[in-house]
Design a protein around this ligand. Structure first.
Ligand code: SF4
Length: 469
């Protein structure tokens, strides 16, 4: 059968006339390339406190660490003239009620739009406002993932068959309001006395001994706290110890650092070189060492981030991103699309989007499961599959990560969804709860009556058994 091509073929030696090129797609609108529009220049100088800070000083990681804000008085100092006195009072009330310590880097502070501080997606994540806090859902828990229940030694959670989570320290370069680990991370607050996970040689040795003793463990997540706060020699010690274990095939250092203080990668040579050496040594041993990070909003990415990610890329260091879905921050499809495209542009793989864990004190940041499902639908097909994050629920009570769509049952009126986790605890059911203020009136009324709580959960359990998804 003659093909279209053979019909159009011309005799050898004869040049075919140029057919007009038919454009299959219209030219793209500039908005479709917004991910390339990365903040440039000395953006920090619009904050009065940093108006005279030059590039070299702002890029110095020691300047960032030394000038990070942990007290309301310092926040006030930095924002002098930028916000109304009522805003500071409101933030003071938020600081007092927060389960997390507060720490904001100058980098982050200068990316917040202080002309609209209540709506700003970066402010929302780090500076609590008393007037915006909502009552906790009755099923919220400080350690919602029950990490402590799965710790054979303090600071080492062994939940999944072949991997474990090692928490070598309890401090971070910033403190995020939504932190899953508010039971341990940061200093005690008025609301919470923390579980101790300080750097401690004996504790580390116990964790290493346990990992060495379990041949099924191949994969370790080193988190915290945040590995940005480890000294270079501690990065090396952990890396070399794990690489020397025959059972370990891969591990990841987890840090929020690139999203909140990318300067460290550019100017803390000892730290970045230590990481690079572990990655290179791992490669020589055919073991994978990567960096996991945590961008939540496209505006967290600037030219400084791009320079830092380029440096890691040049050194052959893979970076993957995990995002937490938060109301008012990144729960709109266009925002998440922009984040995914911008990360991919920087060669950072968007890996997971987590439904917000059921942690206390941040009900205003949680979304419904439906919001996560809608985000997934809006992302799939946008770009390559390996750059498309999976939306997951970290099943409350210790079930591990579940594809958000894999619920056995989801009642949008009561906001209860039910998951199973056959590889972690076969037969056990896990319940996730939408925030009550986002439910329809009937659901809100039922949660207002404590006598209804267990009834709703029993109904969800029965439905999950009757009609598994
Ligand atoms: S950096 Fe990570 S561990 Fe630290 S407060 Fe933020 S989410 Fe929690």
């Amino acid at each position: 059968m003659a093909t279209e091509t053979s019909k159009l073929a011309v005799a050898p030696g004869v040049t075919a006339p140029h057919a007009p090129v038919k454009a299959l797609k219209d030219p793209v609108a500039p908005a479709a390339l917004a991910h390339l529009d990365i903040v440039q220049g000395p953006f920090w100088q619009r904050i009065p406190a940093y108006a005279n800070i030059g590039e070299a000083e702002f890029l110095d990681h020691k300047f960032q660490a030394k000038n990070s804000i942990t007290k309301i008085s310092k926040l006030l100092e930095a924002l002098q003239g930028l916000v109304a006195p009522d805003f500071i009072k409101d933030a003071e009330a938020g600081f007092a009620r927060a389960p997390m310590s507060v720490r904001v880097s100058p980098y982050l502070l200068s990316l917040i739009d202080w002309t609209r501080p209540y709506e700003d997606p970066l402010r929302l994540q780090f500076v609590p406002m008393g007037s915006r806090l909502l009552p906790d859902h009755p099923k919220l828990d400080l350690d919602s993932l029950h990490e402590r229940a799965d710790m054979p030694v303090p600071g080492l959670t062994h939940r999944y068959f072949d991997r474990a989570l090692f928490l070598p320290l309890d401090t971070c370069p910033v403190y995020c309001r939504f932190c899953t680990r508010s039971y341990a991370v940061g200093v005690d607050t008025e609301e919470v006395s923390k579980f101790q996970l300080r750097v401690n040689a004996d504790r580390w040795q116990q964790a290493f001994a346990y990992i060495r003793s379990r041949p099924e463990l191949e994969d370790i997540v080193i988190s915290g706290g945040d590995v940005y706060q480890l000294r270079a020699e501690q990065i090396t010690e952990i890396g070399e110890t794990l690489l020397a274990m025959p059972n370990i095939r891969r591990f990841r250092y987890a840090t929020k650092g690139p999203a909140v203080m990318p300067q460290k990668i550019l100017t803390d040579d000892a730290w970045t070189d230590a990481l690079t050496r572990v990655v290179e040594r791992g490669r020589a041993l055919h073991k994978e060492v990567v960096l996991h990070t945590h961008f939540n909003h496209p505006r967290e990415i600037t030219w400084i981030t791009q320079a830092a990610m380029n440096k890691l890329f040049e050194r052959g260091i893979t970076v993957r991103n995990q995002t937490v879905l938060q109301r008012g921050v990144n729960d709109e499809v266009p925002t998440m699309q922009l984040l995914v495209k911008r990360l991919a542009h920087l060669n950072v793989h968007p890996y997971y989007i987590y439904m917000h864990d059921l942690v206390k004190g941040v009900e205003d940041l949680r979304t419904t499961l439906q919001a996560g499902l809608d985000i997934e639908r809006g992302l799939r097909g946008l770009t390559s599959g390996f750059n498309t994050p999976l939306v997951v629920v970290d099943a409350p009570g210790g079930g591990g990560k579940r594809d958000a769509h894999s619920y056995e049952h989801y009642d949008r009126t009561t906001g209860i969804s039910v998951y199973t986790s056959p590889n972690v605890h076969p037969g056990k059911l896990y319940f996730y709860f939408d925030p009550i203020d986002q439910l329809p009136p009937e659901g809100r009324a039922r949660w207002a009556d404590p006598a209804e709580h267990e009834k709703m959960i029993d109904e969800a359990r029965a439905a999950a058994h009757r009609h598994p998804h």
